[in-house]
Design a protein around this ligand. Structure first.
Ligand code: ADQ
Length: 740
């Protein structure tokens, strides 16, 4: 693992999220500032308070008078380190209630039938992301760390990157990243992925979300991940899993504080019950609140011995109250609560205590510490911090039981909880019953183990971990940026070419002189390229060699007229213009083996639609460029495993190229071929080697230190000294050399 040279811990962190950690509302003509609710802000606020920095986002209000706006901005900045982005009612309607909460939120939580796909809302979503971008551009300093949060701002990383290319950007998604099969519904899926890839580091709560993101990047953008990184133009983007924590000590200490103890006593006296079950949720369809109630109703039906002895406290905080589905959900919940209380309640016992508001911290922690069972069973949840907050509040008494949904991100960390399928009403009811009778020592053991984990990987460790990884990503980007061939470097190349008396140019073909196409047979060198190659060849001081994986016929047909030297089939065949004939690079190269291996490749082709075999004179290649990318990767692993076993003890080797697996005689590679020319002179005055593929690494490996070696496209590991972005850039450089 790379150790960051530049530690980012002293740099200012600028957080950007839809909502600020405080909410501004007008009550009785006065502006009231209160903490915002919701997992993102409650979690991150502790970090922000401790770290300082700046937080930009929507304050919850759009004052009409510009003086109020300015005054509020001053107060927010001075007292809370916050900077407001004011949004108009129409922007909010389309960007927040619309695209964010009626498209992205339901889609990412697998509620596809709730999704609307509206082009005008999408436009506003882009516009608001642009507004956040402008706000950041106005205030950021070059050394700032920009930390963008959540699904409202998925386009912001790339927008900011294109305006400030060198800025350090982290992005964290607080909700699930859905599987490819669901994500692909989104009409603007490419734009969303590209938007996220503007960051240096992208973080998700669980490995499943990370896996889904990789799969979408591969299938939708054709971008493969290599060691957890995705190539995005001239940069690598890291993608990592960071399960978000809470300020565990704050909750744990609060639970035993005198104020909270008093609150708890008051609560217990008022409720006057043997056992308490508690749910704490934002009122949202993903949280499965009607299902919680169904579970409790079924529990009462199945276990009548608990009648009059247990109360279910259902605490819901109002959320997105302007969205129709949320209003309907609220009515549904009201109705079910009424039904259960009507059916089972008695003059002295009300089974469900339903609270529909945000509670102050002390009351919330009192409830957490009084509850015997926390029913945390969302239908789908990115992480769910309530589960962790409950455990922290139980860390002293250790009397509680956590029932946790398998579809909440936190289930990946909290394995000692009763993990349930939230839609299986019987299963959850039984878990409640077991939880109520669980032996004290078992409960103690479970809570101790889980609390230890959330105490260690708390919100501060989580943020530190993210910032550390971001520092490494930035370091890597800076190092790699230095290796892109700048204008000055190009001038040096041209100058050293000009001065040289003997020059060797070793050039790969596909992806280097011409850009890659889905069907290799469609690639034809155009007249401009042929002109450049002819001009370079015509210069007597030059030796120009095109080193390719293609066969001799293709190269002769298309490049023969330029007079350049050529290498076909990755070094099997050599052609020197002085000799005028193709010849094998070594005498002992055989072909009899092909008939044994062809059936093996045939089997893989049959089971991988879209893949095909190419038979070369001395090699067999299995191409999967047109196959399903994930299946292609999987089959490649299987094929390589199979071939490695079959090839051991033979004089053959397996070569992995760009979406191709090739079997060929061992000892033949582009590097060996390059040596043939390199060794022609004791020392060349000027050597240039350019290639884009793994197979070109063999050329870079045999070059003397002073050679100019250029990799086309960015990869984290290469033996080449420099990078160029595209084959167009390579051609421009060659054109300049030809003219020099
Ligand atoms: P949320 O969907 O808001 O967060 P969650 O993680 O459970 O979900 O956080 C809810 C927060 O609101 C908790 O801190 C809780 O204490 C607080 N809260 C809930 N009801 C309350 C009430 N009545 N009074 C006071 N406070 C209340 C999103 C994602 C989650 C992810 C978080 C953090 O949907 O999956 O865990 O972000 O990344």
């Amino acid at each position: 693992m790379l150790v960051p040279k530049s530690d980012l811990h002293n740099n200012r962190v600028v957080i950007a999220s839809n909502r600020l950690p405080v909410n501004v509302a007008r009550t009785g003509g006065q502006l009231q500032i209160t903490p915002s609710v919701g997992g993102l802000t409650t979690g991150l606020s502790s970090f922000h308070r401790c770290k300082g920095g700046l937080w930009i986002g929507w304050p919850g209000i759009n004052p009409t008078s510009s003086k109020t706006k300015v005054d509020l901005e001053k107060t927010l900045q001075h007292d809370y380190n916050c900077l407001p982005v004011y949004l108009s009612a129409s922007d909010l309607k389309k960007y927040y209630y619309g695209f964010s909460n009626r498209t992205l939120w339901p889609l990412f939580h697998y509620f596809t039938t709730y999704c609307t796909f509206n082009a005008s809302e999408w436009e506003t979503y882009q516009k608001v992301n642009q507004m956040f971008c402008q706000k950041l551009i106005d205030v950021v300093r070059p050394d700032d760390i920009i930390w963008i949060h959540d699904y409202h701002l998925l386009l912001l990383p790339e927008m900011l990157r294109s305006n400030i290319p060198d800025i350090t950007i982290g992005f964290f998604l607080h909700i699930p990243f859905p599987s490819m099969e669901v994500f692909r519904y989104l009409p603007w899926r490419e734009e969303i992925l590209q938007g996220m890839l503007g960051a240096d580091l992208i973080g998700f709560h669980t490995y499943d979300y990370t896996r889904h993101f990789f799969s979408c990047a591969l299938r939708i953008l054709g971008k493969e991940q290599v060691f957890g990184q995705i190539n995005s133009g001239n940069r690598m983007v890291r993608v990592e899993t960071f399960p978000m924590g809470i300020d565990a000590d704050k909750f744990s200490e609060a639970a035993t504080s005198p104020t909270v103890k008093k609150e708890k006593e008051l609560l217990q006296n008022n409720l006057n019950t043997e056992k308490i079950i508690l749910s704490v949720d934002r009122l949202d369809f993903t949280k499965g609140i009607p299902e919680h109630l169904q579970v409790f109703e079924r529990f009462l039906e199945k276990y009548p011995e608990w009648h009059g002895r247990i109360i279910y406290v259902l605490l819901c905080v109002p959320s997105r109250t302007k969205v129709e589905e949320y209003q309907q959900l609220k009515s549904e919940i009201d109705e079910i609560v009424g039904k259960i209380n009507g059916r089972y309640g008695t003059p002295g016992w009300q089974p469900v205590l339903y609270i529909y508001r945000s509670l102050p911290f002390e009351e919330l922690t009192a409830l957490y510490s009084a509850a015997d069972i926390a029913l945390v069973t969302p239908l789908r949840d990115g992480m769910n911090l309530v589960a962790k907050e409950y455990l922290a509040c139980q860390s002293q008494t250790k009397k509680g039981v956590l029932i946790l949904s398998e579809t909440a991100g936190s289930a990946a960390e909290l394995g000692e909880a009763f993990i349930v399928n939230p839609r299986n009403i019987e299963m959850v009811g039984e878990a409640i019953n077991h939880g109520l009778s669980a032996p004290a020592e078992e409960k103690e053991a479970w809570i101790s183990l889980m609390f230890q984990r959330i105490k260690t990987y708390n919100i501060f460790r989580w943020a530190e971990d993210f910032i550390n990884q971001l520092a490494q990503a930035r370091e890597q980007r800076e190092q790699s940026q230095h290796r892109f061939l700048t204008k000055e470097n190009q001038a040096e190349v041209i100058e050293s070419y000009r001065r040289a008396k003997s020059r060797l140019l070793l050039l790969d073909f596909d992806g280097t002189l011409v850009s890659l196409k889905k069907r290799p047979e469609q690639v034809r060198p155009d007249s401009k390229l042929l002109k450049i190659l002819s001009a370079l060849k015509a210069e007597p001081k030059n030796t120009v060699v095109v080193i390719s994986g293609r066969d001799q016929n293709y190269l002769s047909d298309w490049l023969g007229k330029t007079g350049v030297d050529m290498v076909a089939e990755h070094g099997t065949w050599l052609y020197e213009s002085t000799g005028g004939n193709w010849r094998l690079s070594a005498e002992n190269i055989t072909t009899y083996w092909k008939e044994n291996f062809y059936p093996v490749l045939e089997k893989f082709s049959e089971s991988t639609p879209g893949s095909f075999i190419e038979e070369k004179s001395h090699a067999l290649a299995w191409h999967y460029r047109k196959a399903d990318p994930e299946l292609g990767q999987q089959r490649t692993k299987e094929l390589v495993d199979t071939l490695r076993t079959l090839l051991s003890g033979t004089s053959l080797q397996v070569l992995l190229g760009n979406k191709v697996v090739e079997i060929k005689p061992s000892g033949v590679n582009k590097g060996k071929a390059a040596l043939h020319w390199l060794e022609k002179l004791e020392s060349w005055d000027f050597i240039l080697a350019v290639g884009d593929d793994w197979t070109d690494e063999d050329i870079f490996a045999v070059l003397p230190e002073e050679a100019w070696s250029i990799k086309v496209g960015f990869v984290p590991i290469t033996k080449a000294h420099y990078f160029m972005s595209s084959s167009d850039e390579v051609r421009n450089l060659l054109k300049s050399l030809a003219g020099a």
